[in-house]
Design a protein around this ligand. Structure first.
Ligand code: ATP
Length: 235
């Protein structure tokens, strides 16, 4: 469904990603692991069009999308849950969620989508008219995921959704990700530093190191690899 081939991208004169290739099959969860600064966020930016790719191709359901604007990519089914959530603090939960529905013209359609999204996040139903600034980290992450879902994506990109959350909240977030995959048939790319959890939920994993894919394999293969154990699973 999503194919990344020989992609290079970066900032200014500097390439951060070098010759990155990977495949995300339809309705699967693929995780991208890597340490701080490995290039995971840069890869998400290249996929969503926030930075331009310098080389290589990105293909979504047979269509090459490197020249598309970020907005067109959203319309075609790619939605990002950014690192750090990036909510609008002075807007309410409801208003933040609607921001994700800019691709939907009719009010009725937006409200129906909202109902569907809120089924996954009962807590947000109670907090709908609270300002985003007043939310806990977990609630904020729910809004960030909900906002991406408002665009009706087929592929959901999640950049470090567990960052800064208490373990019990991380459970809830991963639970929602698994349900979105199964119940909504969403294809998911999960960028994580929490390798243990990511390897449990995904089918296939890629490890980015210094902007290149250093390892890849099924998650059972990688979880049992000595290098992964040492580098990412604490022994
Ligand atoms: P983290 O977990 O810390 O977010 P990451 O794997 O997502 O790490 P990136 O944020 O993609 O890594 O950063 C990869 C490299 O790109 C780093 O060396 C970083 O300094 C550089 N970089 C990131 N953003 C920019 C930017 N806006 N301008 C210039 N260099 C950048």
């Amino acid at each position: 469904m999503l194919k990344v081939e020989h992609v290079s991208a970066g900032y200014g004169a500097v390439d951060v990603l070098h010759d990155v290739s990977f495949v995300v099959p339809e309705r699967e969860i693929v995780t991208i692991l890597g340490a701080n600064g490995a290039g995971k966020t840069t890869l998400m930016r290249a996929l969503t069009g926030l930075i331009k790719t310098r080389q290589g191709t990105i293909t979504l359901q047979g269509q090459q999308l490197e020249s598309w604007s970020p907005e067109r990519r959203v319309r075609k089914g790619l939605a990002l849950v950014p690192e750090g959530r990036e909510l609008f603090p002075s807007l309410t939960v409801y208003e933040n969620l609607l921001m994700g529905a800019f691709t939907r013209a009719s009010r009725q359609e937006r409200e129906e989508t909202l109902e569907r999204v809120l089924k996954y996040f009962p807590r947000l139903k109670e907090r709908l008219h609270a300002y985003a600034a007043s939310l806990s980290g977990g609630e904020g992450q729910m809004v960030a995921i909900g906002r991406a879902l408002m665009a009706h994506p087929r592929v959901l990109l999640l950049d470090e959704p567990s960052l800064g959350l208490a373990p019990v909240v991380v459970d809830t977030v991963f639970d929602v990700i698994a349900r979105l995959n199964v119940d909504e048939g969403l294809t998911i790319i999960l960028v994580e530093q929490n390798a243990r959890r990511a390897l449990r939920i995904a089918r296939k994993a890629y490890v980015l190191r210094g902007g290149t894919i250093a390892m890849e394999g099924t998650t059972p293969e990688l979880a049992s690899s000595a290098a992964i154990q040492q580098l990412y699973l604490g022994g």
